[in-house]
Design a protein around this ligand. Structure first.
Ligand SMILES: [Zn+2]
Ligand SMILES: [Zn+2]
Length: 276
């Protein structure tokens, strides 16, 4: 695996200030990668509550002008050594379809990840261990809501970290399996296949101690079985040391799930790369 197509820089407010784009580029080179795609967070209307209890809905938004102004010179500077692509990770919500359509038409992104971070108006990242519902109900509700997001928004290329919510459950993966949520997950997979979107294989699940990357291998197998072919790969690093995280396992996991190719996007068009 010679590319990492999901990574953050300090344009994302949950990445440390020290994660500058150039620091990330240098580390990617050091790790022997050939291509990377920056995908900083853009979560419009994100329910972020600051420490003083005030709502800051722009907490996960960056200025696209500034983003391109910073990244384009780096793309040129490293040309021939590392191919740097410029993408974005959009936070999906049902009412944002038109807004994201305009945003992605306005700027020349290579790759757009659509991720669901907010469920029932909250990001489980900030709400772990305070949920009223049990994990099983929490996960089911999240998958049902994710399907609504995926139906409502067209302006993305790949659906990010499908079982993200499991990271933040009280007992994480204890009550999670593809089988337990097959009806809900199948609807999501069928919807992205019908829309011609990719599914993302995101190795951060291994970093969070789930014992699997996102999504679970049984979900990957099911996606393949349903005819899903577009699969993007990224480690979702917010710090340089997490670039290409667990890539030594990635090829084997994907092959075991029936994939012989993975997909990268350049100028929003898919390219297929053989898994060796
Ligand atoms: Zn994400
Ligand atoms: Zn991310």
């Amino acid at each position: 695996m010679k590319s990492d197509c999901h990574m953050h820089t300090n344009f994302s407010s949950d990445a440390p200030k020290s994660s500058t784009p150039e620091v990330m580029i240098r580390k990617a080179l050091e790790k022997g990668l050939e291509r990377i795609c920056f995908t900083d967070h853009y979560d419009k209307d994100y329910p972020f509550e600051s420490t003083n209890g005030e709502l800051d809905e722009s907490a996960f938004i960056f200025d696209p002008e500034q983003y391109f102004k910073t990244l384009c010179p780096l793309k040129e500077k490293y040309e021939g050594r590392l191919e740097v692509r410029i993408g974005i990770e959009l936070g999906l919500q049902t009412h944002l379809g038109e807004f994201y359509q305009r945003l992605t038409e306005q700027y020349p992104f290579d790759f757009v990840i659509g991720s669901a971070h907010v469920f029932a108006g909250k990001d489980p990242y900030y709400n772990c261990h305070v949920q009223d519902a049990d994990d099983e109900q929490e996960y089911r509700n999240a998958f049902v809501e994710m399907l609504e997001y995926v139906k409502a928004v067209d302006a993305f290329d790949a659906l990010g970290h499908l079982d993200y919510v499991v990271r933040y459950g009280k007992e994480k993966a204890l009550h999670y399996s593809y089988r337990a949520f097959a009806d809900e997950i199948d609807e999501i997979l069928k919807c992205i296949i019908a829309k011609g979107k990719a599914l993302e294989f995101n190795t951060a699940g291994l970093k969070y101690g789930l014992g699997f990357a996102h999504p679970h291998p049984d979900v990957l197998k099911r996606y393949r079985e349903l005819g899903g072919e577009l699969l993007t790969v990224g480690a979702d690093g917010h710090k340089p040391e997490h670039i290409g995280y667990a890539y030594d396992q990635a090829d084997e996991i994907l092959k075991a799930c029936g994939f012989r190719y993975y997909t990268e996007f350049k100028e929003r068009k898919p390219q297929f790369i053989k898994i060796l």
